[in-house]
Design a binder for this molecule. Structure first.
Ligand SMILES: [Zn+2]
Length: 736
């Protein structure tokens, strides 16, 4: 979804903003209290509500002229064939698809005496589906502007804001009475009339740019004492105050709408498409949906799995749905397009392997290109048949990567050219290539119950951390956890202000020496044997045959505060032109490029350079090898699953009530980094060595996609399973 707004600022409040993560799995960790849901018929649902019931979602977004032209039964038949157990259906907002009684709530011009929303709701109920009503408040018509000019978003120049894609419409102010009063009334009417299970709010946050309307001006002044800011630098205090106010206002709107809905139907909820931020989702939501519909441009296929991990990092075991579309999601917005089957399958497989429940979204009740329909049917049929093995209770990963929203928001990088998001991308890609199952943990939830499921916490240039977050990481290490960190991790506070020293200086065993170097050209790291024994550290395994490998591009100068081994030392930059001058001026230094602390149970590995960012930039195999060795050394225990064989395979491992699963998603493809895939290219055989949970014995082992039962016996608690071939997605399912 593209719009002319700052991507960084709107990252968490717009739909499908791009590639961008808990793990308290006990139900008791959920913050919202369990509730009893009254179904229409008066039957009482289980405590905890309906949220965990649906496994497969379908969304139909109607267009203005659909009523009278589209066939509701066609869609209901399709939902049945999909075994979809929940639907999201267009109800109101920009256009009402039911006979609304609310003044200024625009009925579809084609509505006549019809009620297509009501027809679809009744049809879905007959299929025993949960139903959520979709509203979209972000635009309104001229008559609305004339009646309430103050409901319309206002530009910095004081002009009402026209819709960027349809100039007949006006953008509404998201933070004023249009949403708080008018849309609240719409939501109440829909819930009262149709008794739906929830309202899904699309584009409910500010759209098209900051609003300078009278309400925003007055409310921000009352909250902060300031005038609305006119600069966009997030580190500006006025800007920062505005962003905090906007998040608070959206959170208030969420709670306001939710309370109105619950007052009418206690089991129903307001479900935002995109929470104000991930922390708020973790605090408020009982169910969330990741609106990341397909790849665009250069995007690795694991980006959808990453989005699943991001949501899980705040949601824990609460359900997360993955919204996918079947068309191209490029900036040119061909909304009526259809992608190739391998592309759609891989995108959904990444979501499923990472714990998301599929949600197919299609707009327009009248179809042009129907090639997507059997594709989604095949995906959903597989999902339906294997549902038992997809109701996950918890992941079995022992490695966690810190997801720092603060760093994304308030740390612009250490210097020009250091894009902070690239550190995460590089580390994520390296972990996928290592085939190490891993989770994301969120900075706002670094509690022992969430962290202690893991052996290793990875800080991929997690630059902006608060004192409390550093303390939580320090305590994790004291409890036996290991840490792998890079570059400027903890060198800045939560608002992006540089500290005199790392917040985690004591954990790393080094202090900041005051200088950050880079971008460096033509610098190397020397691979050094221990001078007393002549042996190489295991961190250098696989890097035989060379005295040095390439360095990164940015490095932080540090002073060790204790003794360290020296397996990697700096070879400083030297001229890269003219060729006559390209020779090292300094052959070797005593400056370490890796600090390894062995504390017994815990181990700490700190790279004072951007190995992760450089890896994303140039994908050096030597850096991958080094990172892989560092993860293995810091974990100091076998991974829950080790997979051997060719290809690039995303590996995840899960526990269900009576089983465990290992998902293998085959990413091996010439179109891996930029789709769409032309074909799936099978890889295999793959050999998986799976550590069984303590005290369990397998009673049955299956390959779900191949439809094969595997005969194998555990040896010392490890099960060896040979998977002959993986096309897109295979699941090793082990009944316990
Ligand atoms: Zn406004």
């Amino acid at each position: 979804m593209s719009e002319p707004i700052s991507r960084r600022e709107f990252l968490h409040v717009t739909a499908a903003a791009g590639a961008f993560g808990s793990l308290g799995f006990a139900p008791g960790l959920d913050l919202a209290p369990p509730s009893i849901v009254q179904r229409q018929a008066g039957a009482v649902e289980a405590p905890g509500g309906w949220f965990d019931r649906p496994m497969r979602w379908a969304q139909l977004t109607l267009v203005e002229n659909d009523p009278g032209r589209f066939d509701p039964q066609f869609w209901l038949d399709y939902f049945r064939r999909l075994h979809a157990d929940a639907a999201t259906l267009s109800a109101g907002g920009i256009v009402a698809y039911y006979p609304t009684q609310i003044p200024l709530h625009h009925r579809s011009d084609s509505l006549g005496d019809g009620d297509p929303f009501g027809t679809l709701v009744a049809g879905c109920r007959a299929l025993d589906m949960n139903v959520v009503a979709r509203t979209d408040p972000h635009a309104a018509r001229e008559n609305v502007r004339q009646a309430h000019p103050d409901w319309i978003s206002t530009t910095a120049a004081g002009e009402p804001r026209r819709h960027w894609a349809n100039p007949d419409l006006w953008i509404t102010c998201a933070l004023g009475p249009y949403n708080f009063e008018f849309m609240d009334q719409v939501h109440r009417e829909i819930v009262a009339k149709y008794q739906v299970d929830g309202i899904f709010g699309n584009r409910w946050s500010p759209q098209g740019g900051d609003c300078y309307c009278v309400h925003c001006e007055r409310n921000f002044k009352a909250a902060s004492g300031r005038a609305l800011p006119r600069i966009s630098d997030r580190r500006d205090p006025g800007r920062r105050a505005y962003l905090e106010w906007r998040t608070a206002r959206l959170t208030e709107l969420w709670k306001h709408w939710d309370a109105s809905i619950r007052a009418i139907r206690p089991g129903a909820r307001f479900i935002p498409n995109g929470p104000p931020n991930m922390k708020t989702a973790g605090e408020l939501a009982e169910i969330q949906f990741a609106d990341y519909q397909a790849r665009r441009g250069l995007t690795p296929p694991w980006a959808n799995g990453r989005r699943a991990k991001e949501f899980r990092s705040v949601m824990g075991s609460r359900p997360v749905g993955g919204i996918f579309s079947v068309g191209l999601e490029e900036p040119y917005r061909w909304k009526d397009s259809v992608q190739s089957e391998p592309e759609v399958k891989l995108w959904v497989a990444e979501g499923t392997a990472n714990g998301m429940r599929p949600w197919v979204t299609k707009f327009s009740g009248v179809l042009y290109d129907r090639r997507w329909m059997p594709i989604v049917e095949r995906i959903y049929d597989w999902h339906y048949r294997h549902e038992r093995y997809l109701r996950n209770e918890r992941p079995l990963a022992r490695v966690a990567l810190l997801h720092s929203e603060q760093t994304e928001a308030f740390h612009p990088g250490v210097a020009e050219g250091d894009r902070p998001g690239d550190h995460m991308l590089g580390m994520y890609h390296a972990l996928v290539e290592m085939r190490v199952p891993f989770e994301l943990v969120h900075e706002a939830f670094l509690t022992p119950d969430r962290l202690d499921a893991f052996k290793l916490l990875v800080l991929a240039d997690a630059a902006a951390l608060s004192e409390a977050q550093c303390a939580a990481i320090r305590e994790f290490v004291k409890r036996g956890g290991s840490v792998l960190a890079t570059l400027a991790s903890s060198l800045f506070d939560e608002s992006g202000v540089r500290r005199a020293d790392f917040g985690l200086a004591d954990v790393f065993g080094v202090s900041f020496a005051g200088r950050i170097e880079g971008p460096m050209h033509n610098s190397y790291v020397s691979l050094d044997a221990d001078p007393s024994t002549g042996a190489r550290h295991p961190i250098l395994d696989g890097l035989e045959g060379t005295p040095r490998i390439v360095n990164g591009v940015f490095r932080v100068e540090v002073r060790p505060s204790q003794a360290f081994p020296s397996p990697l030392t700096l070879i400083p930059s030297y001229p890269d032109l003219p060729m006559e001058d390209v020779y090292p001026r300094v052959q070797r230094t005593e400056t370490r490029e890796l600090y390894l602390r062995d504390l017994g149970r815990s181990r700490v590995a700190y790279f004072p350079w951007d190995i992760d960012r450089t890896f994303w930039d140039v994908l050096s195999v030597d850096h991958l090898r080094l990172l892989k060795n560092a993860v293995a050394w810091a974990c100091n225990e076998p991974q829950p699953v080790a997979v051997e064989g060719p290809g690039i395979v995303d590996v995840t491992a899960w526990r269900q009530r009576d089983s465990m699963t290992v998902h293998l998603v085959n990413l091996t493809n010439p179109m891996m980094m930029k789709g769409p895939l032309r074909e799936s290219i099978p890889v295999g055989p793959l050999t998986a060595r799976i550590r069984l949970p303590e005290g369990t014995r397998p009673s049955k082992v299956q390959l779900l996609t191949a439809g094969a039962v595997v005969t194998t016996e555990p040896v010392n608690g490890t099960l060896r399973v040979v998977v002959p071939s993986v096309d897109v997605h295979e699941v090793i399912a082990i009944d316990l």
